[in-house]
Ligand binder design. Structure first.
Ligand code: KIV
Length: 297
């Protein structure tokens, strides 16, 4: 699916119908976005995990709308073809529909996102409805909602009991009715994710929600072993960048302290004739070619 053709919500819906899985990664900068598009990742999420993995906060709450839109712009420049999802930060959509629409509009018009993601349950159905009516494509994030961890008391699997699972399933259907165009399920049991995925026409992306979702998303820093100090998630690591990077940084520090860097090939040498002339000029006090000294008489 990924490649040079622009991926749209139509592409994702077709993937669901044809049972082709959708790949999504979080991305926070232009250079990595270029690599991800080259690797044919279908969709990039400019996630508010940026607050944790790039800014070093212990939750996703502190990141601002302006910051998120700015990095979404950079990601779009790096990956013009992917399905780009902008994550609406804490309190940028919960207060009222008008603010939600205006703020979401920044992701759409400035960053060229294909949709925005909001962490919701039935209490926000009116906001999702209003955003959808205002032509904002909404991805509804259900299950574990990191922006609510202060009120739920931590990062916990959601929907473990029959009644909790039924509530999430019902929330998913309410979001579909409210006009959401896709769902993202975080940390719900595989069986619950499977029921939701089968019972909706919306593409369903999962994270720690089992194999039956229509697609999977991972946080970049988790999947490449890059660290970042965020809460652990049960993810598969596809690379271990921590050690190679620390080794590279350590080698650089050693080279600098020992004078091994920069060597001649890392430096710029002046043309020998120009250098000889410069030396003559400096010794006679003439600082430019017209013979001006640059000193006041
Ligand atoms: O912000 C984010 O990166 C997310 C993922 C955990 C899905 O919402």
């Amino acid at each position: 699916m990924g490649g040079s053709d622009k991926i749209t919500i139509g592409t994702l819906r077709a993937a669901k119908r044809e049972r082709r899985k959708i790949s999504m990664l979080t991305c926070y900068d232009y250079t990595t976005a270029k690599l991800m598009q080259e690797a044919e990742i279908d969709s990039l999420l400019v996630g508010d995990t940026y607050a944790e993995v790039c800014l070093g906060h212990s939750t996703t709450l502190p990141v601002t709308l302006e910051h998120m839109v700015t990095i979404a712009e950079a990601v779009r420049r790096g990956a013009p073809s992917v399905y780009l999802v902008g994550d609406m930060p804490y309190l940028s959509y919960q207060v009222c529909a008008e603010e939600a629409i205006r703020n979401a509009g920044q992701f759409m018009s400035r960053a060229g996102c294909d949709c925005v993601k909001v962490e919701v349950d039935r209490r926000l159905v009116k906001i999702v409805e209003a955003m959808s009516s205002a032509t904002i494509p909404v991805m509804a994030h259900l299950g574990l909602k990191p922006q609510s961890i202060q009120s739920v008391g931590g990062y916990r699997i959601q929907g473990k009991t029959a009644s909790a699972a039924a509530a999430i399933i019902e929330d998913a259907h309410m979001m579909e009715k409210a006009g959401a165009i896709a769902l993202l399920l975080e940390a719900v049991p595989s069986e619950v994710a499977a029921i939701i995925t089968e019972s909706t026409e919306l593409p369903v992306i999962g994270i720690v929600s089992g194999p039956d979702c229509d697609g999977q998303v991972l946080v970049l820093h988790d999947m490449v072993g890059y660290g970042g100090g965020h809460p652990p998630r049960s993810v598969k690591q596809y690379a271990q960048l921590h050690d190679p990077l620390v080794n590279a940084f350590r080698s650089f520090a050693k080279d600098v302290s020992e004078g091994a860097f920069p060597a001649a090939e890392n430096s710029i040498a002046m043309d020998s004739t120009e250098l000889a002339q410069l030396r003559r000029m400096l010794s006679t006090g003439r600082s430019n070619e017209r013979g001006e000294t640059g000193r006041r008489a």
